[in-house]
Design a protein. Structure first.
Length: 321
């Protein structure tokens, strides 16, 4: 057995949740998510054995709780210190909780010489209840489709498609640091209060995904990909509007800037999960930075931040600090 490290660093990618395919559930499975791992922002943790549990940096409370839970399962009687060097913004629609928990769990496994799948770790900390996007983003990266949650299932949905994202394409994120998306008990209640989703609309969403979005992705046709994604976002967004003050956008200023990005030539417009983060896609670094330069001051005047990033085709990384 190789010598164990005395401390380990894990860097985990953010993810975009790009929409649901089946909120009706008539076939048994419900939700069915589309998502993408992205290069930035990231969560970076350094974990080491310690005399007692401790955590520092952003998200320290959640980090300590995750370390205690994983240690109880994988290393009874041992304690660990977690230093959160960088953190994906919390409750912004970028998967911060899942990535933080999985990063810490993975680090503790590495420090104890054990192996577990990411979905097993996610279940231990109540991640993957509706979507496998964050778990697969951590493990593999790329563009991801999951098959929805089966009735009475006690595990995350299966990943049915994992496709590399075009290297040349870029993602423009629109971040609102003053807002938080629905989460926790409010999220559970919001899902429970949603009206029934029309079965005919489910068929249309699946057709958009299978016959336009995925071929566009495979053939690097950003117009086909973006048109389908915008349509999916508009349909799903209208359904969730009742839980977001009557609008598809949890942050109206984000919605305005995303629409401006579309007016200037961006593709695939929408909001990640419950937001407030919005997104749009460009076919090159140059196009993304042109869009960024055109709107950065307008976004700043709304209290927003623009960030250009790319799809990430690998999962989390781990090694010596």
């Amino acid at each position: 057995m190789p010598e164990l490290l005395s401390a380990i660093k894990v860097v985990a990618p953010a993810r975009l949740h790009l929409g649901f395919l089946d909120l009706n559930g008539a076939l048994g499975r419900r939700y069915g998510s589309l998502g993408l791992a992205i290069d930035a922002p990231v969560t970076e943790v350094v974990v080491a054995p310690a005399p007692a549990f401790d955590a520092t940096g952003k998200e320290a409370i959640r980090a300590k709780a995750a370390a205690e839970r994983f240690a109880a399962a994988f290393a009874p009687g041992r304690a660990f210190r977690v230093d959160v060097k960088r953190a994906i913004p919390a409750h912004a629609g970028l998967g911060s909780g899942t990535q933080l928990a999985l990063a810490i769990g993975h680090a503790i496994l590495e420090l104890t010489g054990l192996r577990r799948r990411a979905d097993e770790m996610g279940e231990m900390v109540d991640r993957g209840a509706r979507s496998a996007i964050g778990i697969t983003a951590f493990e593999q990266g790329g563009f991801i489709v999951d098959g929805g949650r089966a009735p009475n299932a006690d595990h995350a949905p299966p990943t049915t498609i994992r496709q590399p994202f075009p290297d040349d394409w870029r993602v423009i994120l629109v971040l609102d640091p003053s807002e938080m998306g629905v989460h926790g008990e409010k999220e559970t209640n919001a899902f429970a209060a949603l009206p029934e989703f029309p079965e005919a609309q489910v068929g249309h969403l699946c057709r958009l995904m299978l016959m336009q979005l995925l071929p566009g992705l495979v053939e690097a046709d950003i117009r086909a990909f973006g048109t389908a994604l915008t349509d999916i976002q508009e349909i799903v967004g209208r359904h969730f509007a009742a839980a977001q003050g009557g609008t598809p956008w949890s942050s109206p200023p984000v919605g305005r800037i995303v629409k401006r990005l579309g007016d200037l030539g961006a593709h695939g417009l929408g909001q990640s999960s419950w937001g407030p983060t919005g997104f749009a896609f460009a076919d090159s670094e140059a196009a993304a930075h042109r869009l960024y330069s055109s709107l950065v001051e307008e976004a700043k005047a709304e209290g927003l931040t623009l960030l250009v990033t790319r799809g990430r085709n690998t999962g989390a990384s781990a090694g010596a600090p």
